[in-house]
Design a binder for this molecule. Structure first.
Ligand code: AMP
Length: 295
């Protein structure tokens, strides 16, 4: 990693709330990852941040731990807003917040489209401290006056580059219009494009800059290999690799939705338990597939 080579602190050195520290210990984390070591002190000071980091670096805890340590969780009005590009990421971030905040009397919720809006409204009515949302559904709820964003103290844009790729920039700007002017802003992005720079310039106030994994595309914890193979032999090769490697948990990406379905059927015939997941599947089918994968 291309982080600065300061001696790695322990979590105990980081001035996190004891309740947050004990949740971290319960997760079995021993030392902060490089992005955590760099991010946590600056965020505890209330600084804005521009983080160039991808998934797998521990970036979720890097922002979740300090923000959980800074909030007054008894207010029961949204004080933290995390915007994420997809339902899956929003759900994942919210579940990390629940894990790290389990000793705090904190209420959080994930808000995303593709599922009924009424349970989300009810959750908001019960009083929520932290909202993790995709931009479109959040704006629906704002439009229906089901959520008040005027007490937000901390805004996190997670995977901001993907949000821009997915065309969310106008929604993001609209959301910004509902937030109080004075707040802490965090922007995380795997890439640092011109559009990200423009967004960062308009959003962040003297941000701390943190960057990990500058030159590589994939996280260094991942081994990569490529097989040059005829298109017609790809499926058989995949099945052979799975069998010979005794891989028991495999995530396969395909170029098209149809191909994902075909490959899933083929793998099923080879005796595997498989689920295809893509944009044509209902949210419940997608959730079921992910839960099945995890378990
Ligand atoms: P993220 O990059 O936020 O998606 O996190 C990647 C994975 O690393 C998650 O499964 C976390 O539970 C795990 N993780 C985060 N911080 C640490 C840490 N300091 N030590 C060990 N694992 C961690």
């Amino acid at each position: 990693m291309t982080s600065t080579s300061v001696a790695s602190p322990s979590f105990g050195d980081l001035a996190l709330l004891p309740a947050v520290l004990s949740a971290v210990e319960a997760q079995g984390y021993e030392t902060p990852s490089p992005i955590q070591a760099q991010t946590i002190p600056a965020l505890l000071e209330g600084r804005d941040m521009l983080g160039q980091a991808q998934t797998g670096t521990g970036k979720t805890a890097a922002f979740a731990l300090p923000l959980l340590s800074r909030l007054d969780m008894q207010r029961r009005e949204p004080q933290v807003l995390v915007l994420a590009p997809t339902r899956e990421l929003a759900a994942q971030v919210e579940s990390a917040i629940v894990t790290y905040g389990k000793h705090l009397r904190l209420r959080s919720t994930a808000i995303f489209g593709g599922v009924g809006i009424n349970p989300q409204k009810s959750a908001l009515q019960r009083g929520i401290d932290i909202v993790v949302a995709t931009p479109g559904r959040l704006l629906d709820l704002v439009g229906q006056r089901s959520i008040d964003l005027s007490a937000i103290k901390i805004l996190v844009l997670d995977e901001a580059d993907r949000m821009l790729d997915m065309g969310f920039i106008h929604d993001i700007r609209k959301v910004l219009g509902f937030l109080p002017k004075h707040r802490q802003n965090l922007l995380f992005s795997a890439t640092y494009t011109r559009d990200i720079k423009r967004l960062a310039d308009s959003l962040l106030n003297k941000p701390a800059m943190v960057e990990v994994e500058r030159h590589t595309v994939a996280a260094q914890t991942v081994n990569q290999c490529a097989y040059r193979v005829d298109k017609s032999a790809k499926r058989d090769l995949l099945i052979q690799l799975i069998n010979e490697g005794r891989w028991h948990q495999v995530l396969v990406f395909t170029r098209t939705k149809a191909r994902a379905n075909q490959l899933a059927r083929k793998l099923e015939h080879s005796g595997r338990r498989v689920a295809a997941i893509h944009g044509n599947k209902s949210q419940s089918a997608r959730t079921r597939a992910l839960d099945g994968f995890r378990s």
